[in-house]
Design a protein around this ligand. Sequence first.
Ligand SMILES: Cc1cc2nc3c(=O)[nH]c(=O)nc-3n(C[C@H](O)[C@H](O)[C@H](O)COP(=O)(O)OP(=O)(O)OC[C@H]3O[C@@H](n4cnc5c(N)ncnc54)[C@H](O)[C@@H]3O)c2cc1C
Length: 452
Amino acid sequence: MVIGSGICGLTAARVLTEHFDTVTLLERDTLPDGDERRRGTPQARHVHGLLARGAGHLEDLFPGLRTELAQAGAPVYDHGAGARTRVWAGSLPTVTVGLEVQTAHRDALEGALRRRVAALEKVAVRDATAVTGLHVSEDGTRAEGVSVTPASGGSTEVIEADLVVDASGRNSALPDWLTAAGYPAPKETVVDGGLAYATRTVQVEREQPAQGLQQMNQPPDRPGGVYASHTGGGRWTVTLFGAGGQHPPVDDEGWLACAESLGNEDLDRLLEQSTPVSGVFQYKATANRWRAYAGMRRWPERLVALGDSATAFNPVFGQGMTIAVGQCVALGEALAARGGDPAGLGRQTQRMVARSARIPWLMATSDDLVWSYAMRGARLPLHWRATAWYKQRLLHLATRDPGVVKTFMRVYHMLASPAAMAAPRIMSRVLFAAKSPSPASAARPVAAPRGS
Ligand SMILES: Cc1cc2nc3c(=O)[nH]c(=O)nc-3n(C[C@H](O)[C@H](O)[C@H](O)COP(=O)(O)OP(=O)(O)OC[C@H]3O[C@@H](n4cnc5c(N)ncnc54)[C@H](O)[C@@H]3O)c2cc1C
């Protein structure tokens, strides 16, 4: 049984069909037939990039997915050659990095996965059904199912299962369900960089030189950035973001002024040559949150929490879907190692889930810790200052060195360990290169006047 039919739940359901005769997928929302948006995944209107690692896993599990999305219009391009990326020190060189990305709209990706999962013989989708509690065995050692209520109200029913997978996202009520069933609550770590998104969809009238634009922010001096993506047919999702509590405005004028203040000519051109087809929508619940299920003294067998339910990330690095999908793959491997028997599956799997999220967590929280210290006016501990210093210089080097860009992109797409950024060839250049300016002192790019 899987709770939640977001990217994680859909992937988990697909993985479980290899080990169980019936997989019940429970979803609180009424699911659309097409790619329409729904309440349970409000993040879907904001820009979503799928990293190469996650895309590879999805293609393995759903062969032909990439072609299907491409036929529906989702662009495919080399991330280095087809997108423009800016960091605090300038633009990264436009070079082929050998990493193809596909920028399907998140609604389109989820819609395609949903149709494929619903078509699987072993999967029974029950939508408009809210899970309200966890059922455990009388001796309290294992999960045996969940209680559900129709989303429209009505009487509660218990559904039994050999394995319960919670994929109900960032707001999962699993900690409450566990305590109600007599288990302790998990420890939670939250790192909040005070980041918010402000997103609008635009229809572009002329072909753009790139399919994606990315301008990263840089703590603690440059809170703003943009992440814009062509999702096909001239539709672009344009997300402005601001960290450290400095959020982009959501009114038309303020949003445009904020876009202009980034001094990004590619973004200026895109907005000049496009028409808004949506209002501006804000998203503020972006804190990194780690629920330490793996460290709990007691944990029911046959229960696994995956995706945002266990570890939710600041979305700016685009890691969430890839991590969730990777955890589903790992669950499949754990089941395969047991010949498909879910007995004993639980804490050990949760440890594996935690391991898979550790490096992405470090990546996502390293900037956010700086922001959170800056917001409190506190001095950053020395080791974090050293990490931030190294990253700043590395990004400066990347603006001049295509080799560094390639390594950076492989790390970004989770195809290489961050240790690759400290390989001797790179580290020596970062440490001994001519002094690089600091983000605070570097000249900010000057925005071209509108209409020039
Ligand atoms: C603004 C924003 C931008 C993002 N951008 C990116 C990006 O660029 N790249 C990337 O990889 N990731 C991104 N993410 C993260 C990404 O959306 C998620 O990490 C990823 O989709 C995995 O989510 P999930 O399936 O675990 O949870 P969700 O997508 O939240 O799905 C949870 C599902 O569970 C259902 N549900 C909840 N409670 C119940 C219940 N009690 N009973 C039944 N059903 C229930 C919900 O309706 C929903 O369908 C972003 C996130 C945000 C917030």
